[in-house]
Design a protein around this ligand. Sequence first.
Ligand SMILES: [Cu+2]
Length: 126
Amino acid sequence: MRTTPRLFRLMLVAALALIVAACGGDDDAGGEAQTSVTIQGTDSLAYEPDSLTVAADTEITLTMECGPTVEHDFIIEGFEGDRQIVLCDPGGSDTGTFTIAAGTYDFYCSIPGHRESGMEGVLTVS
Ligand SMILES: [Cu+2]
């Protein structure tokens, strides 16, 4: 019978497509703890997104990309003396790392006036 191998091949292709689709969805999975995250600092003095979820006790790589005209940084309140994790120039980006215990933290931008304008967010570590 000649149709059987063809049908089998079709099923194989369908199964592979499903597997690829399942694996491809990891990037921005909302609530799942990540070890590598990217955040935008916008010209309207906001983080995008303004909430991040990362893994506890694991080195996290954070990349921040800044809008074309304003610089921003990223500080986790109360963590390592409010150490600046990243600082990006207008139109630039910066990458830093940190390892943090489980909990819920506030993060903010320390450029004068930015936090007051609402440039802060919530970091969930689980
Ligand atoms: Cu800022």
